[in-house]
Design a protein around this ligand. Structure first.
Ligand SMILES: Nc1ncnc2c1ncn2[C@@H]1O[C@H](COP(=O)(O)OP(=O)(O)O)[C@@H](O)[C@H]1O
Ligand SMILES: [Mg+2]
Length: 394
C-alpha cells in the first residue's frame, strides 16, 4: 500500500488530471503532473510540474523515478514512452491496456474476443475494403481520435472515396463500423484494484451533441436488468484486460435491448464527473484508491445526478459567461478547469446537480447552463440554447 504522502505521477495536464490531482491532495497524496504546458489545468493544482513531451521516454522515466506510482489522464500517449516509465516504476493501468484502448481496431477485437458484442466493424485502407460492408457506416481513424474528431458518417457509397482520403491523411489505418440506430448511449466506469476487486458506478446515460458529450444523467433511465448487464460487461472487460485503475466503457443500447460496446477509456471519463458531487468516493478517488492499494470505495449515488458540459462555445466574445446567474440555481455545482482561452468545442468546465429524480437533476443542470448566456435585448431569439431534449424524456 502507498500511504497518503506518497507521490502520484500524472501523465497529461488536462481537466481529468486536474480533478484527479485535487482528489489526490484531499486524500493527502502529493501529485507530480507531466505536461508540456506549465499552465495546464492539472499543473495549476499539482504539488509539482514536470515539463516535457509525453512521447519522450526519458521524461517518462524521470516521472516514474520521482513518483511512487504513475497513471495517465490522456490516452494519446506513446505506449513505448509509458513502457519506459514501467521499466523503472509502477504504472497503472499498464501500457498493455493503453495499447489496446488507444487503438480502435485492437479495442474492438479485444472486446469481441472477451465475448462481448460490438457493432459490426472492419479495418479499412481503401474503398475496396468496404465492397460488401453495409451503409450507412461510421469511418474512424484507428488512433488519436477524440470528441468525435477523426470520424465521418457515410450514407452513400459515392461519399466513401473522399471520406477515406480525408481521414487517412490523419491516420493510415481506419475502421468502419455499422452506424448503430441506438435507443440510448450508456457508460459504465469500473474501478479495479491490484487484487482484482472491481466496483462499478451506476450506468450513466450520455447525450452527445456534434460528437461531444453534452449531458450525462445517472443513473441511466433503464431497467434493472439492463443496468446489471451493462455492469457485467464493464467488469468483464476490466477483468479480461487486467486493468488496475479505472476503465470507462461506452456502450450503445439498441431498441431491442442489446448492448454493444462502443469504446474503452482506461482513465477517468467525462461521463463520471457527477461522481464528484453525487458519491462518497468519486471516480477520481477510486482511481487513487485503486493505484495506491487502498480499499475501493462504495459507488452508490446519494441521489439521481446530472452533469452538463460547458464548452468554449458558451463563452461570449465580450467576457466570461454569467456564472453568477447559473449559481443562483439551488443545488447546482460549478466546476471550471482553469483554461484561459475558450474555443468552440473546448471543454471549459461542467455543472452538476443532484436531485430527487434524474429528470429533475437534468433540468437543474440545464437551467443553470441556460442562464450562463445573456438574454438578448433585441427581441430576437435563437442564440440561446433551449431546453435539452434529454430533460424531457424522463
Ligand atoms: N458505430 C456508431 N454508430 C452510431 N453512432 C456512433 C458510432 N460510433 C460513434 N458514434 C457516435 O459518435 C460519438 C463519438 O464516437 P466515439 O467512437 O465514442 O469516439 P470519441 O468519443 O473518441 O470521439 C459516440 O458517442 C456516438 O454518439
Ligand atoms: Mg466516445
Amino acid at each position: 500500500m502507498l500511504p497518503p504522502g506518497a507521490v502520484i505521477g500524472i501523465i497529461g495536464g488536462g481537466q481529468l488530471g486536474r480533478m484527479l490531482a485535487i482528489e489526490a491532495r484531499r486524500l493527502g497524496y502529493r501529485t507530480l503532473v507531466c505536461d508540456p504546458d506549465p499552465h495546464a489545468p492539472a499543473a495549476q493544482v499539482a504539488d509539482a510540474h514536470l515539463p516535457g513531451n509525453l512521447s519522450d521516454p526519458a521524461i517518462m522515466r524521470d516521472l516514474a523515478v520521482r513518483a511512487d506510482v504513475v497513471t495517465y489522464e490522456f490516452e494519446n500517449v506513446s505506449p513505448s514512452a509509458v513502457e519506459a516509465a514501467e521499466a523503472v516504476g509502477r504504472v497503472y493501468p499498464s501500457s498493455a491496456v493503453l495499447r489496446v484502448a488507444q487503438h480502435r481496431l485492437r479495442e474492438k477485437e479485444a472486446v469481441a474476443r472477451l465475448g462481448f458484442a460490438v457493432p459490426p466493424f472492419r479495418p479499412v485502407r481503401s474503398v475496396r475494403d468496404l465492397d460488401d460492408f453495409g451503409l450507412p457506416c461510421v469511418l474512424k481513424t484507428a488512433a488519436s481520435g477524440y470528441d468525435g474528431r477523426g470520424q465521418a458518417v457515410v450514407q452513400r457509397a459515392a461519399e466513401l472515396p473522399e471520406a477515406i482520403t480525408r481521414l487517412r491523411s490523419r491516420c493510415d489505418l481506419l475502421i468502419a463500423e455499422q452506424l448503430v440506430d441506438f435507443a440510448l448511449e450508456l457508460s459504465v466506469i469500473c474501478a479495479r484494484d491490484t487484487h482484482g476487486n472491481a466496483v462499478c458506478f451506476a450506468p450513466g446515460e450520455n447525450h452527445h451533441s456534434g460528437g461531444i458529450l453534452d449531458l450525462t444523467v445517472a443513473p441511466a433511465r433503464i431497467s434493472r436488468d439492463v443496468a446489471a448487464h451493462a455492469g457485467r460487461i464493464a467488469t468483464g472487460i476490466a477483468n479480461g484486460l487486467g486493468v488496475v485503475g479505472l476503465l470507462a466503457v461506452e456502450m450503445f443500447l439498441t431498441h431491442d435491448g442489446r448492448i454493444l460496446v462502443n469504446e474503452l477509456a482506461p482513465r477517468p471519463h467525462n461521463s463520471g464527473h457527477h461522481t464528484l458531487d453525487a458519491c462518497a468516493a468519486s471516480q477520481f478517488e477510486q482511481l487513487v484508491r485503486a493505484i495506491c492499494g487502498l480499499p475501493l470505495g462504495a459507488p452508490d449515488l446519494y441521489g439521481p445526478a446530472a452533469m452538463a458540459n460547458l464548452l468554449g462555445d458558451l463563452w461570449p466574445p465580450g467576457g466570461p459567461p454569467l456564472f453568477h446567474r447559473a449559481l443562483e440555481v439551488p443545488g447546482v455545482k460549478l466546476h471550471l478547469y482553469g483554461k484561459t482561452e475558450a474555443r468552440p468545442g473546448r471543454k471549459m468546465g461542467h455543472l452538476t446537480a443532484v436531485a430527487d429524480t434524474p429528470y429533475h437533476a437534468a433540468a437543474l443542470a440545464l437551467e443553470a447552463r441556460r442562464r450562463l448566456i445573456p438574454e438578448r435585448t433585441d427581441g430576437l431569439s435563437g442564440s440561446r440554447p433551449g431546453a435539452h431534449p434529454a430533460a424531457g424524456d424522463a
